[in-house]
Design a binder for this molecule. Sequence first.
Ligand code: ASP
Length: 330
Amino acid sequence: MIKPVLVIHGGAGAIPRTETTPEVRQQYEDALRQILNEAGAILAIGGSALDAVTEAVRLLEECPLFNAGYGAVFTSAGKHELDASIMNGKTLQSGAIANVTTVRNPILAARAVMERSSHVFLVGTGADDFAREQGLECVDPAFFSTTARREQLDRVQRTLGGGMVLDHDAQSLSAAPLDEDKKLGTVGAVALDSHGNLAAATSTGGMTNKQPGRVGDAPMIGAGCYANNRSCAVSTTGTGEMFIRMVAAYDVSAQMEYAGRTLEEATHSVVYDKLPTIAGAGGLIAVDAEGNISLPFNTEGMYRGYIKVGEQPFVAIHDKPEEALLSQDG
Ligand code: ASP
């Protein structure tokens, strides 16, 4: 019998070991736990994996702690450009949007593209206009700004000038459990429902100080998001350019389908073996059609958690104690 499961992530990155307080850490863990409980309830009443990942990502977008929707990072021009994608493992239907600036919940726009357009991927003003026409809530672009993110942009521009924010050797400047300036803060969710269907969703503000117009892996089906009932559902977080070049999310699925690998063998191959060969930093969450889970990352930490229906949620930021425990029976 299938035990439904929901897995989420809130981005991977470096850890300011000395500056994290238990209170701040608790804040992140509580947010993850609450989102798992709320979105996991959909699976508990027989709801679909697609609805569970949509709601989980919508809640992560609403939470300013995470870099998606409200609280998204700034581009080098001091604006927000949001990307999101979603995929249904049963039908391989997919929807994605990139560089939107007004849709309050980019994941809802991605889902609308999947279900209410004849396309897979809309970008820029066309995507914003489509979302508005579909009746989705649109906001002034300033809605997404928070003081913390503005200060983060200022810090990064002072420290790195025109550079990107992925230098994990740079000195920590933040009190959050994962350094906000070095965190690869995409959010995502994958799920298996009681009907045996898989789904994946990913949403991001991208990377702090990114060039206007830049699109990362998060909205690219196969790179930052993939779901197929024949194999697994995957959502990634990390240096998007490398995840695109590795076609990371699809590679996990392909290794399972074509090479007969287990979920864990496939995810470990991508995260620990393949991505590092091109300096790809980050991690992913994945669930297979049997309910096995894998949450590997090659950075110091990744905000992550999962809930199996009928059980308490598990959340973690730094250590990897769960790897050995994650089987459908575990
Ligand atoms: N993968 C995202 C991107 O490149 C960043 C992240 O994971 O935080 O836009």
